[in-house]
Design a protein around this ligand. Structure first.
Ligand code: NAP
Length: 339
């Protein structure tokens, strides 16, 4: 029998953590012991893994004894504080927060795009998962980049509330109910009402006028695909529960026709081409929710530049944008590196 691995899920009660447990089950990851960690608020709660009840424990610096892989999704502050303790105890951390993504000693990995980067995990014992909006964009663009070298990307996102976690999912649900019943919407998670609205702010504003989310797309894309690619991003929160959508415009060195782009994407790992406008078929968040593939469609030549293409890219932010990507990394890690 092949080896089993002891896995800790940090933030197990959250939107990503609960999905992480499902992904480990669905993908039949060789889990030996599983340890579920969260804050003292949910310590003692019981979750199910592979049909068995598992009690949630409070995250402490001593939580990682005997753990081989620690999947972190409990926010940046927790990752910053606890990944080093986990690594010191011998676990490899796969972190969903933004805490370590731009650290030069931490690989930033999307398995369909730069799996070879995982080899760099030894420096700190940490591998970072990119931001959800970045992941789906680079999955869709890598096959095009390999053919025609992307020089510039202009992206606008339409991001689901689940990207902010369980409290935001509740906020949208409650606001819709209140407004439909003629009562005012109360905004606690977001700075303004999200129900029946679009917010052109995700995360805090930086000095340059962009938001942190927008700068994550700029910096992370360069780290994963190469610093020659320039990115201009506008990130918008929309009243959708699951699935981020993106309008992506690219300029390439070499001409890529619509036909060629479709061929390249049809064969690309992790991509599903949904591009039959005559039949009304294009990617939609409701079709991406619950799936692991990145849907790409609405491919058109951009006639305003020499070598330009427009695409519409949609994926489940909690799955491919977080949990699935992390479990895919863990799969490569145990197959190629830990053994
Ligand atoms: P969430 O639903 O709010 O869940 C947060 C989790 O973190 C909960 O399990 C919570 O436990 C735990 N936590 C909070 N404070 C803690 C503390 N002091 N000690 C230990 N555990 C603590 O948020 P989420 O959407 O799952 O996001 C989690 C992380 O993943 C964030 O860093 C986020 O940026 C990243 N991420 C999320 C997405 C997405 O689509 N949602 C995508 C990519 C990356 P309690 O139940 O005890 O509060």
């Amino acid at each position: 029998m092949s080896r089993l691995w002891n896995v800790a899920v940090v933030g197990a009660t959250g939107a990503v953590g609960t999905q992480m447990l499902e992904c480990l089950e669905e993908r039949d990851f060789p889990v030996g012991k599983i340890k579920l960690l969260a804050s003292s608020r949910s310590a003692g709660e019981v979750l199910e893994f592979r049909g068995k009840a598992v009690q949630v424990e409070e995250l402490t610096h001593d939580s990682f004894e005997g753990i081989d892989i620690a999947l972190f999704s409990a926010g940046g502050a927790r990752s910053e504080e606890f990944c080093p303790s986990a690594a010191k105890a011998g676990a490899v951390c796969i972190d969903n927060s933004s805490a370590w993504r731009m650290d030069k000693d931490v690989p930033l990995v999307v398995p369909e795009v730069n799996p070879e980067a995982i080899a760099g995990y030894k420096k700190k014992g940490i591998i970072a998962n990119p931001n959800c909006s970045t992941i789906q964009m680079v999955v869709a663009l890598k096959p095009l980049h390999d053919f025609g070298a992307i020089k510039r990307i202009v992206v606008s996102t339409y991001q689901a509330v689940s990207g902010t976690g369980n409290k935001a999912i509740d906020e949208l649900r409650v606001q819709v109910g209140e407004l439909l019943n003629g009562r005012p919407a109360v905004a606690k998670v977001y700075p303004h009402q999200i129900a029946f609205n679009c917010l052109p702010q995700i995360d805090a504003f930086c000095d340059n006028g962009y938001t942190k989310e927008e700068m994550k797309m700029v910096n992370e894309t360069a780290k994963i695909m190469g610093s020659d690619i320039k990115v201009s991003a506008t990130c918008v929160r929309v009243p959708v529960f699951f699935g981020h959508s993106e309008s992506v415009n690219i300029e390439t060195d070499k001409k890529i026709t619509v036909q060629k782009a479709r061929e390249l994407l049809e064969d690309a790992p992790g991509v599903e081409l949904v591009d039959d406008p005559a039949e009304g078929e294009y990617p939609m968040a409701i079709n991406a929710a619950g799936e692991d593939v990145t849907l790409v469609g609405r491919i058109r030549e951009d006639a305003s530049v020499k070598n330009g293409l427009n695409l519409w890219v949609v994926a489940d932010n909690v799955r491919k944008g977080a949990a699935t990507n992390a479990v895919q990394i863990a799969e490569i890690l145990v197959e190629k590196y830990l053994k």
